[in-house]
Design a protein around this ligand. Structure first.
Ligand SMILES: Nc1ncnc2c1ncn2[C@@H]1O[C@H](COP(=O)(O)OP(=O)(O)O)[C@@H](O)[C@H]1O
Ligand code: SF4
Ligand SMILES: [Mg+2]
Length: 377
């Protein structure tokens, strides 16, 4: 696929693709877009009106308030937003890794079109998180890379054993063959001397190396979908760039679809075909990476872009967004960004803005752009 530069340094590509977008059922559940992708295939993953809540002593945390998007085969979707916006809870919901109690997927569908074994369509939200089907999907078909490698690496086992165990379980290989796959995977993530490294324990590796091992682990079963949650946050800039290159190369080799979750728009500009901007548990803007980076419409997206380094602009004029994301237990009737928004109007505080189409795939939920005629429905 030909990649076109965006205005961020090292930015790459975009490809046209239909998508879905939605908001909470408080007002009207919205679902739009063509069901078919550019090449006629259906999206591998469709999240429809997902709501995940945590029932805590301090009240109900509505972490995800009705999120919808689609992921096409071989494409990368970036999910961005500040800390606490519901990105990780969205990812954990897709993996059925929400700890219950206190968490629960209270509404929505997570439609996964399986590519392996049986080509069936399944609603992950309906599956028992601990059941055999979900266990086979998790790790075998959908893998996740976490921000902190030690979340998924076992300190008591060598890295070779950990990767080969996954391969044995999901590919049905014997121990010897599985260990060969483990060596090959470490080689693919460019770990030198993989025959020796497989004998080491996670604590014997550097942070960047552990991240690579986790990517190797996540990709060792050739997952149809890779979810990378803040994959580079803990790493220095050079290693970050290497990890991004690595994920892109592995996507080319394995054809996986990727959801990359980050508060770092620079990472998204380099990797994503499509971008969903999340705020307070909802997607507030959605579009191709070109839409989002060249023609941002939501004041929150504009704020995010103004707060990161951009090619050709001096660092001193970076403008952080004032204020903070509201507490997740707060009930907000209108736009959750109102207290921080330089364009706030009276109606913003009264009614939740509905998603409105800007052009093509590009949609935004903001009263500045809500033209009743263009509402997505
Ligand atoms: N186990 C939990 N119990 C209660 N609240 C939670 C839990 N996990 C996440 N949350 C809340 O859900 C909201 C979204 O969190 P998260 O998805 O982790 O944000 P992000 O990944 O965008 O930084 C936050 O307000 C967070 O405090
Ligand atoms: S709806 Fe109003 S408060 Fe919210 S982002 Fe748009 S202009 Fe700002
Ligand atoms: Mg997170």
């Amino acid at each position: 696929m030909k990649r076109e530069g965006l205005y961020l340094q090292n930015a790459r590509s975009i490809a046209p693709l239909p998508s879905f977008w939605g908001m909470g059922a408080e007002f009207h559940w919205v679902y739009w877009g063509c069901l078919l992708t550019a090449n006629g295939d259906q999206p591998i993953l469709e999240v429809k009106n997902l709501k995940t809540h945590f029932f805590t002593d301090k009240g109900v945390v509505q972490a995800v308030k009705g999120v919808s998007f689609a992921l096409a085969n071989g494409q990368t979707l970036g999910i961005v937003g500040e800390s606490g916006c519901g990105k990780s809870v969205t990812a954990s919901s897709i993996m059925q890794l929400i700890k219950s109690p206190p968490g629960k997927i209270v509404a929505g569908e997570i439609i996964f079109r399986r590519q392996k074994r049986r080509a069936e369509t399944i609603d992950i939200a309906e599956l028992d998180p601990k059941g055999i089907e979900m266990r086979s999907i998790r790790g075998g078909e959908i893998s996740m890379i976490f921000q902190e490698p030690m979340t998924s690496l076992n300190p008591l086992h060598t890295v070779g054993r950990q990767i080969s165990e996954v391969v044995e379980l999901h590919q049905g290989l014997g121990r010897k063959e599985a260990m060969k796959v483990a060596i090959d995977m470490l080689d693919r993530v460019r770990i030198a001397d993989p025959e020796e490294r497989i004998k080491q324990y996670p604590h014997q590796l550097s942070g960047g190396m552990r991240q690579r091992v986790m990517i190797a682990l996540a990709l060792s079963c050739n997952p149809s979908i890779l979810i990378a949650d803040e994959p580079t946050t803990a790493l220095d800039v050079t290693i970050q760039a290497q990890i991004i290159d690595l994920m892109e190369k592995l996507q080319e080799d394995f054809g996986s679809s990727i959801i990359v979750i980050t508060h770092n728009l620079g990472v998204v500009s380099q990797m994503a075909d499509f971008v969903a901007v999340m705020y307070f548990g909802r997607i507030v803007e959605y579009g191709t990476a070109i839409d989002i980076f060249r023609n941002p419409q939501h004041p929150y997206t504009v704020g995010l872009l103004e707060s990161i380094p951009v090619l050709g602009r001096r660092k001193e004029i970076l403008v952080p967004i004032e204020g903070i994301v509201p507490n997740a237990t707060t009930e907000i009737a209108g736009c959750a960004f109102a207290d921080r928004c330089p364009h706030v109007m009276a109606k913003c505080r009264e009614r939740l803005p509905m998603p409105s189409r800007v052009a093509g795939e590009h949609t935004v939920a903001c009263w500045l752009h809500t033209d009743e005629e263009a509402l997505v429905n």
